[in-house]
Each structure stands twice: as C-alpha cells, then as structure tokens.
Write a protein that binds this ligand. Structure first.
Ligand SMILES: [Zn+2]
Length: 402
C-alpha cells in the first residue's frame, strides 16, 4: 500500500532507444560478462554478449535505479563479475514478462545516463552494450525525468497464458488461484544454502494444484507457471479476470534472526497486527521495485480497487479461511505462535476475492530451509491447505443454504 499511494515513483526515459538490428530468432542471446570501470567523473558499465540485441535504458527514482530492457536473454554471469562501485550498489537480472529480460542496477546516488551504445566485436571482445553513468544532483535527476516506458516493452501479459485449462469442469466448480510469489528478475528471499524463494513456492503451487484438481472438486489457476516476473497488480488482475473464488499467495520468508522458524498465514489489513508483520509486508511489496516497475502507472488501479465496498465481506471470508488454514497447518508443520497475522500486502487487495498469503517458513533458518526444499514436506503443507480449502467451501455452502 505504502508503495502505491505514498511513494511517487518517477520514471525517466532516457532516450537511448538504441535500436540495433534484430537478430534471427534462432537461439537466445547469451550475456556472459559484466564489467565495471569506476572513474572520478563516471562509471562505465559494460555488458558483453554473443549477439547484437536491441536494448533500452531508463532510470527510476525512489530508490534510484537504472533498468536495461533486453529481449529474452540467457544469463551466464558469474557473481564475481558483479562488482559494486561508488555509484552502483546492487544488481538484479532475469526474465521480466514473458518475452523480455531486465537488468536492474541499484544506484547509491542520483546519476545521469550520459552515454548508451553498442560496440561490435573487436579482438577477443564480443558484442557489448556500454552505459556511462555520471553524477547529477537529485533535483536535476527528477527535473530531467520524462515519464513513461517505451510501449514496445510494455505489453501486458496476454490473456491466453492464463486461461483456465480445465474447461470440462462447470463454472460452479470453485476456482482457486494459486500465486507463487516473486519470479524471474525477483528471486524473493534467499536461503542459507542458496535456496531461492521463487523456486520453492512454484514447486509448492504445483504440488497443491495436483492435490486440488485430483478429484475434480476445484479448478486451479496459477498466476505464474514458470520462472517469470509478474507484477503484483497483474497477479490480482489474473484472479479477477478468471473470476476466482479464493486467492492464495505462497511465500517463504527470510529474516536476520536465524533461530526464528515456522509458517504463518496473513490477511490484508491497513493496520498491521505487529511490527514483524508490517516489515514482512514491506519486504513482499518490494517485488515491483526490485523488477524496476514504474509504480506510477499502477497506483490508480489499486486505489480504485480499494474503495470497493465488497471488501468488507471479502475480508470476513479471508479471515475465516486464514483461521482454518492456521489450524490445519498447525497439525502438520511447525507454525509461529500467533500464526494468523495481518498487514498491508499489496497482493491481497482484490476487493471481491477472499485472499490469504502463506509464508511456508523461514529460509533464513537451517532447519526450515531443509524442510522447505523437501518435496515430502511440501506435500504435507499442500495437504493441510487442501483440507482447509475443503472446510472453507463446506462452510460457505452451508451459509448459502436457506
Ligand atoms: Zn515472498
């Protein structure tokens, strides 16, 4: 919530819409090296690849970021390649939407993209994208900003990717939307052994789907079926378009306190139940910032959605489901002491769809991480969720009876 209403994120489009030739669609371009040259007046960023690609560079404010948009890329970058510099404090890269990739650079200060160009192979160097970053003042950074992201890269996810496949089932069959958190450029939390949240939550979603569709009692739709980034707003929209009866977002957290472990269930509230829940929502809501999304363009939609009066009824159902979930999960896995909490999670804001967010445990805890990686443990979690879903719909049905 706070990201959408309070933060005014501004986008600039630096007009290095560097169109170079489009390569044949034969095989994906491979980026295999990143080099940074730090100078007094500029930092030179070099990305080396086997093919010439078209790219686009723009900057985002609050926090300061540079986004390089590229076609679908195979990333073969060693982490030792990713050096920080006095202007660059972090990097992320991966799939963004279905057909393009992003490389996001976190900046420690406002910068200006003074140059962005392509260099053809020479000597033992391959194709290169060169971006020069120079210092600028915060005032100039925001003054020079032009809003908008080039349309070419701004396609929304096509509906066809999210059609409910099981058409033989009637419309009355409840539709459950499972939302594996993060994906693509946004890896989510990272475990001590390197487990990525985006991978384990997708595995849990697949397991849960398998159990739910088993006896044709439910239709199931996933907000993502592979390692791709999906905006928070888009996740809600997918559930909305499909007419979901229940929305379940799946996550695995990571925090500084390594001894903390256990699962938990969250529902939406503008007032967080406690500091931890609030901090967690803040971490989860960061997903769009991580991927370099211009939050300006989506703030209105979410605001509109929030006003909906049906939200109160939805909230009661969300809370009822969360309680059932907490009870069932408690029987199968270790849960936090107060296992149902609430906070302002952006992804739970669909006005008409009861929504909950499940944190399956802590990747920052050795024991939890080991369990979360285990398919057997994930089957247990899925089983508990399925029982809670069964109970939820039994109660809903009985409530509807005259
Ligand atoms: Zn998460």
């Amino acid at each position: 919530m706070y990201l959408r209403s309070k933060t005014k994120v501004i986008t600039i489009l630096v007009t290095f819409w560097s169109i170079v030739c489009l390569q044949p669609a034969s095989s994906m371009p491979i980026v295999d090296a990143i080099r940074i040259g730090d100078y007094k007046n500029k930092t030179r960023f070099v990305m080396e690849m086997n093919k010439r690609v078209r790219f686009n560079v723009f900057t985002l404010g609050r926090p300061y970021r540079i986004v390089i948009e590229l076609p679908k890329i195979k990333w073969k970058i060693k982490s030792s390649n990713l050096k920080k510099s006095r202007r660059i404090i972090g990097y992320r890269f991966g799939l963004y939407r279905h057909e393009n990739s992003r490389f996001v650079i976190d900046l420690g200060r406002p910068i200006r993209v003074s140059k962005a160009f392509h260099l053809s192979p020479s000597g033992n160097r391959k194709h290169r994208i060169i971006i020069d970053l120079s210092d600028t003042s915060p005032a100039d950074f925001f003054k020079n900003i032009k809003r908008g992201i080039p349309k070419t890269f701004n396609k929304t996810i096509s509906q066809k990717n999210f059609k409910v496949k099981n058409k033989t089932l009637k419309k009355e069959t409840p539709l459950i939307v499972l939302d594996p958190g993060h994906g693509g450029i946004d890896s989510g939390a990272r475990g001590l052994r390197g487990t990525l949240e985006k991978k384990v939550v997708l595995a849990l979603a697949y397991e849960l789907k398998k159990q739910l569709v088993y006896n044709n009692k439910y239709r199931v739709l996933l907000t993502r079926t592979r390692d791709v980034f999906v905006r928070l707003r888009e996740r809600i929209a997918i559930a909305h378009r499909a007419g979901a009866d229940l929305f379940i977002s799946l996550h695995a957290d990571s925090i500084g306190k390594k001894h903390v472990r256990g699962g938990s269930v969250y529902t939406l509230s503008e007032r967080a139940s406690d500091k931890e829940a609030e901090a967690l929502a803040r971490r989860e809501n960061k997903s769009d910032i991580i991927a370099g999304v211009d939050l300006n363009e989506q703030s209105n939609t979410v605001a509109k959605i929030l006003i909906d009066l049906r939200q109160r009824l939805t909230k009661n159902n969300s809370v009822m489901f969360a309680k059932l979930l907490g009870k069932q999960l408690n029987k199968k896995i270790l849960m936090l002491r107060r296992n149902h909490r609430f906070a302002g999670f952006a992804v739970l804001k669909a006005p008409e769809i009861p929504s909950v967010l499940i944190e399956m445990g802590y990747l920052s805890n050795t024991h939890d991480e080991k369990l979360i990686r285990s398919p057997r443990h994930r089957r247990k979690i899925a089983k508990a969720i399925k029982i809670a879903i069964d109970k939820y719909f039994t109660i809903r049905k009985s409530m509807r009876r005259p």
